[in-house]
Design a protein around this ligand. Sequence first.
Ligand SMILES: Nc1ncnc2c1ncn2[C@@H]1O[C@H](COP(=O)(O)OP(=O)(O)OP(=O)(O)O)[C@@H](O)[C@H]1O
Length: 235
Amino acid sequence: MLLEVSDLKAAYGVVPALHRVTFHAAAGEVVGILGHNGMGKTTLLRSIMGFVSVTGGDIRFEGRSIRGLPVHQRAALGIGLVPQGREIFPNLTVEENLMVGVAAAKGDIAARVADALRMFPRLERLMDRRGGALSGGEQQLLALARCLCRQPKLMLLDEPTEGIQPSIIDEIAETLQLLAEQSEITIVLVEQNLDFITGLAERVYAISNGILDSEIPRERLSDSRAVSEYMGFAA
Ligand SMILES: Nc1ncnc2c1ncn2[C@@H]1O[C@H](COP(=O)(O)OP(=O)(O)OP(=O)(O)O)[C@@H](O)[C@H]1O
């Protein structure tokens, strides 16, 4: 199993944010985690990346516990986070933003960037534009491309559709679909957007009040009432 998260707990000071999180992702899989605002989605991804220290449970990557590793070692193992809000450098160009993403990588950096860009024709036309002058959707594509330049095995995507126009949400979905089909990369995606998640993910979990332990059966995903119940809001 590529990623196994078991009985994970995390807190901000004394305030718990994750109570019990158990899920897995196999190599090459796209796994979706559905949850409303404040339910712990961002905390979960940041815990896997190592930005939030956990207080219980375990995170195993390729069979080995990474719970005690710092962020850079997790990144070196092949874990990449595309953060909520995208964190593009507004004063750097698209090309410079991509270069920053791979600055610490070994090997041919220009080749890595060129390779990642094949999936992002829209960005290829915007290489000289400043990050701050891109639309939200274009910034999201840039954040995805920047993560991809590091050639991760696992990409953690934090609400890629948040605040983005519907037309470009479709383009992001198509790009991720291509990525899932044409590469071995595993994607763990947290979202509130049910349509986006069901369009992409092979398996979907729900997180509610820091608890994630149930997978939503595929056949129930088209039943909005059932999904609401899984998300902790019984209709
Ligand atoms: N830096 C922080 N310090 C203290 N509490 C925090 C911090 N970040 C998040 N929290 C709290 O932890 C809980 C989970 O927040 P988290 O951001 O993980 O949720 P989320 O599902 O990603 O929501 P959103 O979609 O609004 O980002 C919330 O109660 C939130 O207020």
